[in-house]
Design a protein around this ligand. Structure first.
Ligand code: M6R
Length: 357
């Protein structure tokens, strides 16, 4: 039930700090250490390549998940859009593990891939919010998101939950493989939960930002580099699906290869700056669009030379920034949709779970 909330989406965004805390708890053992099911841990550790299959927001979570598995567990990962993969299966490695990411566990595009993967005899793990869903029942293994029911069509808390579960899986695998990991993920996730809370508590400011940048526009751009690029894709999807503002997310360095032609006076550009190694580069991209008249909204992380930035998010571990930086983008989209009188929870032409191919 949405209780006193005007929309499920608002309630679900507010729940995000609690979701991260719940996941920490559900994935901790009696000794208080992060853990996942032993059989799943073996399946991941033994694979020579992970194939992540998903759609929409879950696909965007998969792009971040690739970073986690490669950096923490040392396993190469390919991330594929479900509707593409099934009809054009790439050359597979010798010991592939398939990971299906799906909030609902009912997405037909992902299911058709799972059916093919099972025919080929490869192991499959589903990461889902719905115990007993089709993708969960048909895969060999399941990891649950523990996010509670997500009703709004726009996925918010499930994305954050997917990132947390992917991070835990990759971290635990890396530890099992004896890889050098120099941070305590449990501690860092708790810090991220607090950082999300700080953003949730700054809704009024986020509403202002939304008005400032999106009141009179028909398009908007989201840019970032490396992990911020993946979050910018998610920011653009959120905005377009609920406010119907045409939005595009892309890698900052790609601007000059075409998209910059679209920048005119007043065009909103949201730039994420959370990754120290590319902070200067993305700030350079911001200068390029501002020089062409863009209305740039820089969202950076504390400690990255944030003096003139429109919004500064609290400092978290560099791998966990997506759990936090996505949250202002969700709120900004929510308020843009609200101010335009859109049906926030049930945008036109969309269904919560897409059970047709
Ligand atoms: O239930 P799933 O995670 O498999 O759904 C995948 C997409 O349909 C879903 O993420 C969709 O893109 C959302 N409406 C995005 O907010």
């Amino acid at each position: 039930e949405k209780g006193t909330y005007p929309h499920y989406m608002l309630k679900e965004m507010d729940e995000q700090p609690g979701v991260v805390r719940k996941i920490i708890q559900e994935y901790s053992n009696d000794a208080g250490e992060l853990t996942i099911d032993e059989a799943i841990l073996s399946a991941i550790s033994e694979s020579d390549r992970i194939y992540i299959i998903a759609a929409g927001t879950s696909y965007h979570a998969g792009l971040v998940g690739k970073q986690y598995f490669e950096k923490l567990a040392g396993i190469p990962v390919e991330v594929h859009i479900a509707s593409e993969f099934g009809y054009n299966i790439p050359l597979l490695s010798e010991k592939p593990l398939f990971i299906f990411i799906s909030q609902s566990g009912e997405t037909a595009d992902s299911r058709q891939v799972l059916v093919k993967v099972k025919e080929l005899g490869y192991p499959a793990l589903t990461i889902t919010n719905v115990a007993g869903s089709t993708l969960s029942r048909e895969a060999d293994y399941t990891l649950l998101l523990y996010a509670g029911p997500e009703i709004a069509v726009a996925s918010t808390k499930a994305y954050v939950a997917q990132l947390a579960v992917l991070a835990i899986s990759a971290y635990v695998t890396g530890k099992r493989k004896g890889r050098k990991i120099d941070f305590d993920l449990k501690h860092e996730l708790a810090i991220a939960a607090n950082a999300i809370q700080t953003i949730v508590d700054s809704k009024e400011e986020l509403h202002k930002i939304s008005k400032e940048y999106l009141s009179h526009t028909r398009n908007a751009f989201f840019i970032g580099r490396t992990i911020d690029y993946y979050v910018s894709l998610e920011g653009a999807l959120k905005l377009k699906e609920i406010s119907y503002i045409q939005a595009e997310g892309f890698a900052g360095g790609e601007l000059k290869h075409g998209t910059i032609a679209l920048i005119e006076k007043g065009t909103p550009v949201f730039a994420l700056v959370t990754q120290a190694p590319v902070a200067l580069n993305i700030r350079g991209n911001v200068k390029e669009v501002v020089a062409r008249g863009a209305n740039a909204c820089v969202i950076s992380m504390e400690g990255l030379d944030e003096h003139d930035d429109r919004l500064v998010i609290p400092k978290v571990h560099p791998l966990l920034t997506p759990l936090v930086s996505v949250v202002p983008l969700q709120f900004i989209s929510y308020y843009a949709a609200l101010d335009r009188g859109c049906d926030v929870d049930k945008p036109r032409n969309l269904a919560k779970s897409v059970t047709v191919e």
